[in-house]
Design a protein around this ligand. Structure first.
Ligand code: 5AD
Length: 346
């Protein structure tokens, strides 16, 4: 058991079979502990005790896609749809700026109302109002030209989880009109355009096998993203996966450590899903190698509507208004929230 961990720590340039062997240790507390220790060493080597914050603005829950796991999928007729106006989005940024956020993440479903023109106009205004801030977009799959225009308008980063790197599993999670090939193409387009790119996947999603997870790690090693978002799968009552079990917190923490060692300078959030399954998920994530938190900056009136999975937290330490509480919690475990853009070190 311990042997594979030591080999990984020494040289994480693993092939699929070796990743599979590594994943065999995920439920061994001793192995996970050793990995965590190394992950924290690497995290501190590159980022010290700094924890970066991102203000998350969930600006639309309209979506043209029908992803089987997601609460805002097109087919969910119970979802109450909303779309923020440009003014509301700019207000969120101004509020976030005053609270100390220097990165804004605009995340939404794939909502055609937000054409390239409308989106570029919003990005340009944020760029103008907050020249010292980073703008991250998370709008799903768009064309190369669209990504290019948005980059030109002032966007710096783009989050697009690959969700799973296994073809068959991708088909199980998504409707027939979506494909892993297109998803990967988008990620490579974004990289080519000079975005700092974030990929990622859910831990414990229905049908996920150890093979899938090993392939996720191989893909991440290939893509070399600047950011990796991973969180446990959590069922949503209005989806076909309503009755499926949630992913495990322990396994998610194990993957945070694995990824920190695989991509030492990666920006790695302790995600909302992790905080949803465990009230101390945030802290545990940081102590497993994460160095980013993304509190919710969306208008209070809409927060419950961005309902990706059941019981998604949006208040307490999860809320941008509670930055002070979050700062205290982070201090308690020996880290500091910083007021910086927090670009990826290369
Ligand atoms: N459980 C956990 N994460 C989910 N996401 C969507 N639905 C769920 C769910 N049921 C994640 C996806 C997506 C991100 C915005 O939220 O990975 O990329």
């Amino acid at each position: 058991m311990g042997d594979i961990i030591e080999r990984y720590i020494k040289n994480p340039d693993f092939k699929k079979e070796q990743f599979l062997e590594l994943l065999g240790c995920a439920s061994d507390p001793e192995a996970a502990g050793r990995l965590r220790e190394e992950a924290v060493r690497v995290q501190k080597l590159h980022y010290g005790e700094k924890i970066y914050t991102r203000g998350l603005i969930e600006f639309t829950n309209y979506c043209r896609n029908d992803c089987r796991y997601c609460g805002i999928r097109r087919g969910n007729l119970h979802a109450r749809r909303y779309r923020l106006t440009k003014e509301e989005i700019l207000d969120c940024c101004a509020r976030g700026y005053a609270l100390g956020f220097r990165t804004f993440v605009l995340q939404g479903g794939e909502d055609r109302w937000f054409t390239d023109e409308r989106m570029a106009d919003i990005v340009r205004s944020i760029r103008q109002n907050h020249p010292d801030c980073a703008i991250t977009l998370s709008l799903g799959e768009r064309s190369y030209e669209s990504y290019r225009l948005l980059k030109e308008a002032g966007a710096d980063r783009y989050l697009l989880r690959h969700e799973t790197a296994n073809e068959e599993h991708y088909k199980k999670l998504h409707p027939a009109d979506m494909s892993l090939a297109v998803r990967k193409l988008c990620l490579y387009d974004l990289k080519l355009l000079g975005y700092q790119v974030g990929a990622g996947f859910m831990v414990g999603s229905p049908g996920q096998t150890a093979e899938c997870l090993a392939e996720d790690l191989v893909f991440l090693k290939e893509l070399k993203p600047h950011m990796v978002g991973i969180g446990p799968f959590i069922p949503h009552h209005d989806t076909v996966f309503a009755g499926e079990p949630a992913g495990s917190v322990e396994q998610t923490l194990f993957f945070l450590s694995v990824i920190r060692i695989l991509l030492p300078k990666v920006l790695l959030p302790a995600t909302t899903a992790l905080g949803t399954l465990d009230p101390e998920g945030r802290e545990k994530g940081i102590l497993a190698g994460a160095n980013v938190v993304m509190p919710n900056l969306s208008p209070l009136k809409n927060r419950k509507q961005y309902d990706l999975y059941d019981n998604k937290i949006s208040t307490g330490e999860e809320a941008a208004e509670c930055r002070e509480d979050l700062a205290r919690r982070v201090e308690r475990i020996g880290y500091h929230l910083v007021e910086e853009r927090g670009d990826a070190e290369r």
